[in-house]
Design a protein around this ligand. Sequence first.
Ligand code: GDP
Ligand code: MG
Length: 597
Amino acid sequence: TSLARIRNFAIIAHIDHGKSTLADRLIQFCGGLADREMKEQVLDSMDIERERGITIKAQTVRLEYPAKDGVTYVLNLMDTPGHVDFAYEVSRSLAACEGSLLVVDASQGVEAQTLANVYQALDAGHEIVPILNKVDLPAAEPERVKQQIEDVIGLPADDAVMISAKTGLNIEGVLEAIVTRLPAPTGDETKPLQALLVDSWYDPYLGVVILVRVKQGRLRRNMRIRLMAKGTAHPVNDIGVFTPKMQPVDDLGPGEMGYITAAMKTVADCNVGDTITDDRAPATEQLPGFRPSIPVVWCGLFPTDADEFEKLRESLGKLRLNDSSFHFDPESSAALGFGFRCGFLGLLHLEIVQERLSREFDLDLIATAPSVVYKLTKNNGDEIELHNPADMPDPSLVKSIQEPWIKATIFVPDEYLGSILALCSERRGVQVDLTYVGNRAMAVYRLPLNEVVFDFYDRLKSISRGYASFDYAVDGYEEGDLVKISILVNNEPVDALSFMAHRSAADRRARSICEKLKDLIPRQLFKIPIQAAIGGKVIARETIGAMSKDVTAKCYGGDISRKRKLLDKQKEGKKRMRQFGKVEIPQSAFIAALKMD
Ligand code: GDP
Ligand code: MG
């Protein structure tokens, strides 16, 4: 395909503004799938994505569009995830394209991730076409939103394309804008091969599949490819494109996107951002890579049943095959036995992985409280990274602790602003900027990540009744007065419940967790003291009273089936409990206890 006939573009938007629906319409218009194959949101292929209505993996499709100028163009579309946790997936999709369609819901206007995505697209040097979606809604205010795009984003919006992805209104207008307003790719096919490794995943039938964007040279079937950063070479089995079905082709030239299957055992060999070249006639230089994904939130995952440790290891390995941003290392806990310390891009990522483990791999797990990565300097000058509060050395040996900070952008309707600002300052936030766009405020704050990972997003949403939007980027480390709070149940420390907190919040958090545990841990046959301590000093304490022996006692003998039900229920509950010395702690306690009010 000649370069002038190719357009590579990403669709970016705030969550729920209609990216996936638009992608479906574009595929439908260009006849990529027969009507019967056209199920809603073809690109959101994972079950969890469908159920939650979010896009996690960036997906790509090649379309052919016969334009009004009489030329048939090849369009490579990349759908991108909208949630903050997956900003990294967005950045790699953008690196493979020359332009972006910026979808804005005409009834909602610009939101936090609209802005974040635009900045990423501008960083990637993209041409951007604004699309106003949902103009079918009575609440749509396209003129006001156009003005907002110009005021807030600084992007000319006069010729924004007005559409309804739902009804299919003006989809052709989008396609015309793609071919007339987005640039064609450039690249010399006579030069040595340079192709960007955009993504890779494991397919049970095909093995490792790699998504590539050819920048220069030509990628051919039967070629031996070399991964320049990794330094390994592999024979190519097959080359093809997604229509969105996999369709083999003979070669891929500059500006083209497609897949390679090669004889590789694991995706660990193909790092996203690596440069693929021809092993026999290699390029001299690698393409500029993009920043690697860094997990910002860690937690421990332990099997409820210790015998399932190997199964957990296998399952984590399988998950990682399709998600290189997820990390895991074996760890052991005095309380929970053997498990894994796992790193995630954010809390949603953590939840999704946990959900997949229980759903797809049928694993019953205990997750410890999420924690960020602290940097410790010891008195002897040693520097260590602390991924797990349980590993915190004796505080007398520690000279200083640094914690990660973020820069957060929050969009919120005026009436909720007061409570949002209160939430930010309660979480040690420092205001950087506060501006108004119509009746919406944009607040920019610096916040310690440790105050955010836990339940900040939930709180933000509930305070604003769902109207606030939030985006953040990690913004360096700063020294903080941080302490480790240990939790003792029945006088035994439960390492999996320990957490780091700022000293100013330590008493309040310690009291709150003890109160919660008192409700979360079922009564046993004896009294159980629950204590929170910093070092050897107890700062909060509660006691769970003893209970009578037989839960069926309150059934007064009589009804046997009711009695059995109760016993079954108790048994079921057992599965999700862990024994700590003499005390059983239910799985729900581990995370629930740390939720702040
Ligand atoms: P994404 O998160 O950006 O991928 O958004 P989706 O494509 O999943 O759309 C979010 C919701 O908005 C879905 O319920 C869609 O049916 C709905 N939606 C998308 N486009 C339109 C539109 O043009 N009009 C209306 N009324 N609803 C739309
Ligand atoms: Mg989507």
